[in-house]
Design a protein around this ligand. Structure first.
Ligand code: 4AD
Ligand code: MG
Length: 430
């Protein structure tokens, strides 16, 4: 089956083809009219004249409305002055369905209105660019791990125990028991690492984030590699190579989209290994030097992350955090019992945390004592503790939040545009 899409116009210059799409814009001037046709892959200027098009097609100029669906047959030629660099001389237009008056116009709509119309807003050039970049990022994620012999291990969404703290759990009824929506696949990923060596899980994760911020969704996609016999340094090596690869793939395949978003690509071109690595303690010193009233032991807030990351032109990896502010499964620093072998990666330009990870606690006694400190029981994590009972092994991993990375790479102010249908504290529809 031969199909023609606007993004491939170069390949069918000179041919007579049929393009299928929607009317993005209509401009009339006497004996000639111009239809900007949108097919999801690009925009083609179709020139309709009474000489080249049949009478019924030409007459559509008085009938066609914005977002009407239409098939246009004609000859494509290169035209540097038209959007996208090509133009079609139309011979025949077939109206598929007339659109009612389209709710989104060129005028500035408020963000709530646009979000209420998210199902239509996705058709806009800007949203199209963002979601296509998202697509490339997800493809790069899969390609990166697949090329390095990682096995995909899918992890459950209904889970019985908390992993990233009880404050952000979504609970649901599960045939007479309580289940929680996954905050992470990590604990299952660790079982996968013992079974397959190097694995990744990749799926939607859920956090009942009660604060309204530019960085939080209640449903977001996370990819989580987990590697047997990796220590914290190897974990950081992998993380920086991974993020560099993702950025390079977007630069290679999505230049036009980055241009639509007016992204300063020189900032992305600077993303090269090695990334700076600083300890949490060094991070605290940076904050204090910048006049922030910050004590060792506090957690970094969004503003603190911005100050730390703005010292560097590429992502910075912050390691060895106070145990008290990190999850129970992180390995104690053998050199300082107050610290854990954690790793956060902060994106440049103030975009904040894009990766959270650690080396995992492989000492069963230490792990049990952390579980109890959190007010949970051994019972709650019995299968997870088995991973330490039957051949405990050093291992490490991290989670990268897809929407955080899309926000940063696209240079957006808010995370809500990075996923087709965002879920936030105040949005469940559409
Ligand atoms: O730092 P987090 O909570 O780490 C974990 O969940 C670990 N279990 C991962 C692992 O080691 N396998 O989350 C990881 C990343 C964050 O760095 C951030 O990019 C993203 O997930 N993230 C969110 N993205 C959007 N909205 C939220 N509410 C997010 N919470 C975390
Ligand atoms: Mg984190």
């Amino acid at each position: 089956m031969k199909e023609y899409f606007i993004q491939n116009a170069k390949a069918f210059v000179g041919e007579t083809v049929t393009l299928k799409g929607w009317a993005y814009n209509v401009r009339k001037s006497g004996k000639i009219w111009f239809l900007l046709l949108r097919d999801g892959t690009g925009i083609m200027q179709c020139v309709v004249t009474s000489f080249d098009a049949d009478e019924a097609s030409f007459a559509l100029k008085d009938e066609i409305t914005l977002e009407s669906s239409v098939l246009v047959t004609g000859v494509v030629k290169a035209e540097p002055r038209s959007p996208g660099g090509y133009e079609m001389l139309a011979h025949k237009l077939e109206l598929v369905a007339i659109a009612e008056e389209y709710p989104i116009s060129k005028k500035d709509h408020g963000i709530d209105y646009l979000m209420d119309n998210r199902h239509l807003w996705l058709r806009s050039k800007r949203q199209n660019a963002i979601i296509r970049i998202r697509h490339t990022i997800i493809k790069a994620i899969r390609d990166f791990f697949d090329a390095r012999d990682f096995t995909l291990v899918d992890t459950p969404i209904f889970q019985k125990a908390a992993t990233e703290g009880v404050a952000t759990l979504f609970a649901t009824e599960y045939f007479g028991e309580k289940a929680y929506l996954a905050q992470t696949g990590q604990l299952y990923g660790e079982a996968g690492a013992a079974a397959f060596g190097k694995i990744y899980c990749f799926g939607p994760t859920f956090r009942a984030e009660k604060s309204k911020t530019r960085r939080h969704l209640t449903e977001f996609w996370m990819v989580e590699p987990e590697m047997a016999f990796y220590d914290l340094d190897m974990n950081m090596d992998l993380a920086e190579e991974f993020v560099t690869y993702i950025v390079a793939q977007v630069l290679e395949h999505r230049r036009p989209e980055l241009e639509t978003l007016e992204r300063d690509t020189s900032k992305l071109e600077a993303i090269q290994v090695p990334f700076p690595r600083i300890s949490y303690t060094e991070g605290v010193k940076i904050l204090q030097k910048n006049g922030v009233d910050f004590k060792w032991g506090d957690d970094f807030g969004g503003g603190d992350e911005t100050i730390i990351s703005s010292q560097f032109d590429r992502p910075v990896m912050v390691h060895r955090y106070p145990a008290a502010i990190k999850a129970f499964y992180m390995k104690r620093d053998p050199e300082n019992d107050k610290q854990v072998m954690a790793l956060d990666m902060l994106a440049p330009e103030g975009y904040g945390e894009i990766i959270g990870g650690s080396q995992r606690e492989d000492d069963i006694e230490k792990l049990i004592s952390r579980i109890k400190d959190d007010g949970a029981t051994e019972e709650d994590y019995s299968w997870y503790l088995d991973l330490r009972r039957y051949g405990s092994f050093p291992h490490s991993g991290f989670g990268l939040g897809v929407e955080r990375v899309v926000t940063w790479i696209c240079g957006l102010k808010h995370i809500r545009e990075t996923i087709p249908f965002p879920r936030t504290i105040s949005r469940l529809n559409p």
